[in-house]
Write a protein that binds this ligand. Structure first.
Ligand SMILES: Cc1cc2nc3c(=O)[nH]c(=O)nc-3n(C[C@H](O)[C@H](O)[C@H](O)COP(=O)(O)OP(=O)(O)OC[C@H]3O[C@@H](n4cnc5c(N)ncnc54)[C@H](O)[C@@H]3O)c2cc1C
Length: 376
């Protein structure tokens, strides 16, 4: 595609920043429009598997990410009541060779800061909340809440689960509350008073689960995310504070090894979980979607962010390789839809690494070099 093509990216999340990084390296002048006034270090961790680390390596960010996060030595699945180990995978030099990269846990705020470092300074326009799009045969106009208007040739909707760009493309259709919410807490390791915990453990209950992992290589910060059923969600906004007592109550009866950790949690908040029915229509006219904007999924496989980053990588390759937007979109969708559909299905089942699991198809994948799929 002509490098003068005006590409506007809405949303400076994981997908939007990855796409901007690749397009800037390919010679496009892109701006990312973000509603937030700045990035904040909100209380959450994220797991990045080898398929994502290969992308960050191509952006020159792998070393920085490794410095901020922790290369987990292992992942362990344990039964909620007996504590029995149901599955265990070691991450070592051999697995890094096999998968092509490490398995890394990191604070989301630190990940955002590193992704921002991969962009030309000033290429994120903060305080720009997209309100409307106006498409003509000549261009597409973006209208922001601060009064700014911008014309572009292509708009990429990387604006997450409540995507405004998606609404413009497909019509209003709010995401569905899945009947569960995630308790999240971050606390210093010193609170454990010497209790030793592995780098990453998932505790599996019948209708709920909980992950505990370190987020830094110094192992000085612990993240807990526990998902439990909730009949409804009445609050506005992405989260509300809640109490350690409520977290402990939701996981009553779980193994004592877990409760020793839950008893020292602080700053607990609770986040509703939303997803959507699978919909493989991700583009039209001058608009294309990526990540949660087109396929938000349950966070049970640690795959949603990974899919956004992979989407961005494949979309950037299609924008570089093909001339016509329709051709770009068809190759992009043909390459992505089956893989994203598989991750979405496994996330709904909540079966990933519960027991012996073939992880190669997910971790060995390299979106920077994987063949693009010819559209039907
Ligand atoms: C509890 C929980 C735990 C998770 N854990 C993991 C994990 O361990 N590993 C993993 O891979 N994934 C995980 N995920 C999923 C992951 O967080 C998402 O899939 C991922 O962030 C999607 O990236 P994105 O770029 O599509 O959207 P986002 O990262 O959501 O970014 C969207 C951006 O768009 C901006 N925006 C929204 N509307 C507008 C607008 N109108 N105008 C301008 N800007 C706008 C937002 O402010 C935001 O910055 C988890 C999700 C949840 C809920």
């Amino acid at each position: 595609m002509d490098r003068q093509t005006r590409i506007a990216i809405v949303g400076a999340g994981l997908g939007g920043m990855t796409l901007a990084g690749f397009l800037q390296r390919a010679g496009f002048a892109v701006t990312v429009y973000e509603q937030a006034p700045a990035f904040s270090r909100i209380g959450a961790g994220i797991i990045l598997s080898a398929n994502v680390m290969k992308v960050l390596r191509r952006l020159g960010l792998e070393q920085l990410i490794i410095e901020h996060g922790i290369k987990a030595a292992s992942y362990i699945s344990r039964a909620w009541d007996t504590g029995e180990t149901m599955y265990r995978i070691e991450f070592d030099a051999a697995s890094e060779v096999r998968f092509g990269g490490p398995y890394l846990n990191i604070h989301r705020g630190d990940l955002h800061a590193v992704l921002e470092k991969g962009l030309v300074p000033g290429s994120i326009a903060f305080n720009h909340r997209l309100m409307a799009l106006d498409e003509t045969s000549e261009a597409i106009r973006l209208v922001f809440d601060n009064g700014t208007r911008v014309d572009a040739d292509i708009v990429v909707g990387a604006d997450g689960v409540n995507s405004k760009v998606r609404e413009f493309l497909l019509g209003p259709d709010p995401p569905r509350f899945i009947g569960a919410a995630a308790h999240r807490a971050i606390f210093p390791t010193t609170a454990l008073r010497g209790l030793q915990i592995p780098d990453c453990t998932k505790w599996w209950g019948r209708d709920r689960h909980l992950l505990v992992y370190f987020m830094t290589s110094r192992r000085d910060e612990v993240y807990v995310i526990g998902v439990a059923p909730r009949r409804s969600w009445e609050h506005d906004g992405p989260s509300v504070p809640n109490s350690r007592a409520e977290l402990i109550e939701d996981f009553a009866g779980f193994h004592a090894d877990l409760h020793r950790v839950l008893e020292v949690t602080t700053d607990v908040s609770i986040w509703p979980i939303f997803d959507r029915e699978r919909c493989d229509n991700w583009s039209g006219g001058r608009i294309v979607l990526l990540g949660d904007a087109c396929h938000p999924m349950r966070p049970y496989m640690a795959g949603g962010g990974a899919m956004a980053i992979e989407d961005a990588t494949i979309l950037s390759r299609c924008l570089v390789q093909f001339d016509e937007p329709t051709e770009v979109y068809r190759w992009y969708e043909a390459t992505r839809v089956d893989r994203v559909g598989a991750v979405q299905r496994i996330s709904i089942e909540n079966s990933w690494m519960r027991g012996p699991t073939d992880t190669d198809w997910f971790y060995c994948y390299d979106p920077c070099v994987a063949p693009l799929t010819r559209p039907a």
